[in-house]
Design a protein around this ligand. Structure first.
Ligand code: XMP
Length: 514
């Protein structure tokens, strides 16, 4: 059976992934495609998927720039339903000969649209709807074979459609929660306009992934890099289900793990019939990092050393296949991330490059978003400590210890991190948090412990709320909990005299300190 599918053409908008996820939430499969995907490529995709509609995403460009990103001119010739959002809306309007101009007033944020015709995409909506807009170019008119469906004070054509063909444009973003009836608008597009069947469900993914691993690995041996994070854990669990003890999982202990982490991972995966290798590489990482202070250098050294340790262990197993927990956003970011700036070198166990010649790299999670991976983890009955665990960066505590890494500093960071986790989890606060951890700064401050003056480390506590880590806000944790964290850290860790709470959002700060 082929999944009914909506393709989202990516014009560089920050909400592209969100559009895809919103569609999948309704049981309809969705994939991102480059903005200039060729009609032949879509036809080819149709061998596997039943492509039933296209969405042109928003994007930072203006149709007036020189060489703005445009779709393939023959794409409309496929006669598939099309919906343009924001920049996509302007693109379609321009292509069909509509009039677009820079707006008198830029609209950004919540806006109220007057619905002139509640039909098609806007079926079931009221006269006035609250939507999320962000644009400066504005569509002022569309040709006679099109009709206006909604307008705002500054935007005469906020929604339009072709009078006969399924071609739609919306100046606003239905995928964003601030658009109150956004879900209904997307449902109208998926089910009314594109007549999709909701025939995609997450359970199928498990069965499909296990089958695929079985076919791809055949009677061979495979290896996986297990970090204890959710992605590599789920990939490992799926592979275990498919090939049992022909799978070797390598857990590299670089020494910057949280307290008890190696034991935790060993314990969870001892229940599977796989071979688990724990590579104790603590000394080796510290030696490589001696004297290194620059955060990017630290990250690079850790990433490279990780690969060396993995390779050494992989070679011994004689595995011909590498199974990786690469998820959908990882794949897209490395593919079309060309418009975005590099903020940090992410060392990601899932994106493990290696010198070893594997016959094949198998990526069973390649089409899934993070929340979908969590659902798969639940189906596989992985313990809740794995399903709901907070993200943990590949380089671990190393990017939470400012300056040079030493054994002493690692021990302090581990203790502080454990206290933050315990106090947050005691109150069940973690359910609404993206991450909560301690950072060991390289600042020292004066304190008084007992009757004596002390001059020692400052620990920063970082607790954030976020949906996708692209943006984050510091969490408004009750003072009593912060007080408990601070008291315990200064009491239980003699080398710390002061605890501060990081009250910076992302942006401008990143979540991790390095
Ligand atoms: P930043 O600090 O860039 O982090 O705001 C965003 C999210 O990514 C996690 N992070 C990493 N994850 N390897 C990873 O697998 C890394 O090198 C890495 N660095 C940051 C971070 O914990 C946050 O959730």
């Amino acid at each position: 059976m082929k999944y009914d599918t909506i393709l989202v053409l990516d014009f560089g908008g920050q909400y592209c992934h969100l559009i895809g996820r919103r569609i999948r939430e309704h049981g309809v499969y969705s994939e991102l495609a480059p903005h200039d995907v060729k009609p032949e490529e879509i036809k080819l995709l149709s061998e596997k998927l039943n492509v039933k509609g296209l969405i042109f995403s928003g994007g930072p460009a203006s149709v007036y720039e020189t060489n703005p990103p445009r779709p393939d001119p023959n794409i409309l010739g496929l006669h598939l339903p099309v919906l343009g959002l924001c920049y996509g809306h302007q693109l379609i309007a321009q292509t069909i000969g509509g009039r677009i101009e820079p707006a008198k007033q830029r609209e950004y944020g919540i806006a109220y649209v007057t619905v002139d015709k509640p039909v098609g995409l806007l079926k079931g909506l009221g006269d006035r709807e609250k939507v999320w807009m962000s644009h400066s170019d504005t569509v002022f008119s569309v040709p006679a074979e099109y009709e206006v469906l909604a307008h705002t004070e500054n935007c005469p054509v906020a929604a339009f459609r072709h009078k006969e063909k399924p071609i739609y444009g919306l100046q606003w973003h239905p995928e964003v929660v601030h658009t109150e009836k956004g879900t209904q608008m997307l449902r109208n597009f998926i089910f009314e306009v594109c007549t999709c069947e909701p025939n995609w469900k997450i359970e199928d993914i498990v069965e499909k992934a296990v089958k695929e691993i079985k076919i791809q690995v055949g009677s061979g041996k495979a290896i996986t890099a297990l970090s204890g994070g959710i992605d590599s854990s789920v990939a490992t669990a799926l592979a275990a289900e498919a090939i049992d003890n022909r799978l070797t999982a390598v857990f590299v202990d670089h020494g910057f793990m949280r307290e008890n982490e190696p034991e935790f991972v060993k314990n969870v995966f001892s229940k599977f019939k796989i071979n688990l290798i724990t590579a104790d590489a603590r000394e080796r990482f510290l030696t490589k990092l001696k004297g290194v202070v620059d955060p990017e250098k630290k990250r690079k050294i850790i990433g490279e050393e990780f690969i060396r340790v993995f390779e050494e262990n992989a070679e011994r197993t004689g595995a011909e296949y590498l199974i990786q927990g690469t998820i959908y956003p990882d794949r897209i970011e490395s593919g079309f991330g060309r418009f975005s700036d590099k903020i940090k070198t992410h060392h990601n166990v899932a994106g493990l490059p290696t010198r070893i010649m594997f016959k094949k790299i198998v990526e069973p999670l390649r089409d899934l978003y993070k929340d979908e991976v969590r659902k798969v983890a639940k189906i596989l009955e992985l313990p809740k400590e794995i399903v709901f665990r907070q993200p943990f960066p590949g380089p671990g505590l190393a990017v939470r210890i400012m300056g040079e890494l030493t054994k002493e500093k690692v021990e302090i960071a581990k203790k502080a991190d454990k206290i933050v986790r315990e106090e947050i989890e005691k109150g069940g606060l973690e359910k609404n948090l993206w991450q909560y951890f301690a950072v060991l700064t390289d600042t020292k401050a004066t304190g008084v412990k007992g009757d004596a003056r002390a001059y020692d480390y400052v620990v920063a506590v970082r607790i954030v709320e976020s949906r996708e880590a692209m943006t984050a806000s510091f969490a408004k944790i009750p003072y009593t909990v912060l007080e408990k964290i601070s008291t315990r850290i200064t009491n239980e860790i003699p080398e710390v005299t002061r605890v501060v709470y990081d009250i910076t959002h992302k942006p401008p700060a990143t979540i991790e300190w390095e």
